[in-house]
Write a protein that binds this ligand. Structure first.
Ligand SMILES: [Cu+2]
Length: 247
């Protein structure tokens, strides 16, 4: 798990691996990966399968500058980051996802930008969501059972691992290029600067959920929105006299 602010890269020097799951959701038909790294955004999780050699040796899984040995041996081949990245848009094979993401009941935009402004009384170059600064960000409102499509865009100049609580997002496309591999379910979607993603999910978990940047300093600076279900309320207020901040 990567709790830092950057993107963690994982690779297996000198051996093949398969990426079995991402953010706790299995990938369908994951193929063998050679000389490519998995890129994991802040808070993201990846399950790698490696095969330990028959000779009692080990396999090294590199996690950035650190590494983990898998197997009984106390050494294993090492190697630098292959510098190519496994593309989850094409990895694995398609399968049914149980709903039609194109038949959306709600469509939302989550456009991340940056402009001068005030958050919690402090001036600065603030993150914006659809042009608003936190906490003056309208909630995304759904009804239970809705199929929701959301377009995430990032023109803020920095990368953001976007994390929706309580749900997994199905990636439909990146920069207009459709997903053609395994269904790519994620709850921590890294948006590089300039990228846009189309995602979909089923609103099947009533509550009021944060949908925020998992780089927590960014969340503290206001890169936070909420997904609210109709009919669900809370006594807790954001900001104001209550001075309530979710991060
Ligand atoms: Cu961020």
């Amino acid at each position: 798990m990567n709790t830092g602010s950057g993107v963690l890269r994982a690779w297996v020097p000198g051996a093949q691996y398969r990426l079995l799951a991402l953010d706790g959701r299995d990938l369908h038909g994951p193929g063998t990966v050679t000389d490519e790294a998995v890129a994991i955004g802040g808070g993201g999780r990846a399950d790698l399968e490696v095969t330990v050699p028959d000779d009692g040796g080990s396999v090294r899984v590199r996690l950035g500058s650190q590494s983990v040995l898998v197997g009984p041996g106390d050494d294993a081949p090492d190697g630098d980051d292959p510098r190519t990245t496994l593309d989850l848009l094409t990895y694995g094979t398609p399968t049914d996802v149980g709903f039609d993401p194109r038949a959306a009941d709600r469509r939302f935009d989550y456009a991340i930008g940056r402009r001068p402004g005030f958050v919690a009384g402090r001036p600065g170059l603030q993150w914006t969501i659809n042009g608003h600064t936190y906490p003056d960000v309208p909630m995304y409102v759904v009804s239970e059972g809705d199929v929701v499509q959301m377009t995430l865009r990032n023109s803020s100049g920095q990368g953001h691992p976007m994390h929706l609580h309580g749900h997994h997002l199905l990636v439909l496309s990146r920069d207009g290029e459709p997903s053609t591999g395994s269904p790519w379910w994620t709850d921590s979607l890294e948006l590089a600067a300039g990228e846009s993603y189309e995602v979909a999910f089923v609103a099947d978990n009533p509550g009021i959920w944060m949908d925020h940047c998992h780089n927590l300093p960014h969340a503290q600076q206001g890169l936070v929105a909420h997904l609210a279900y109709e009919g669900v309320d809370t006594p807790y207020l954001l900001g104001g006299d209550a001075d309530n901040a979710p991060e």
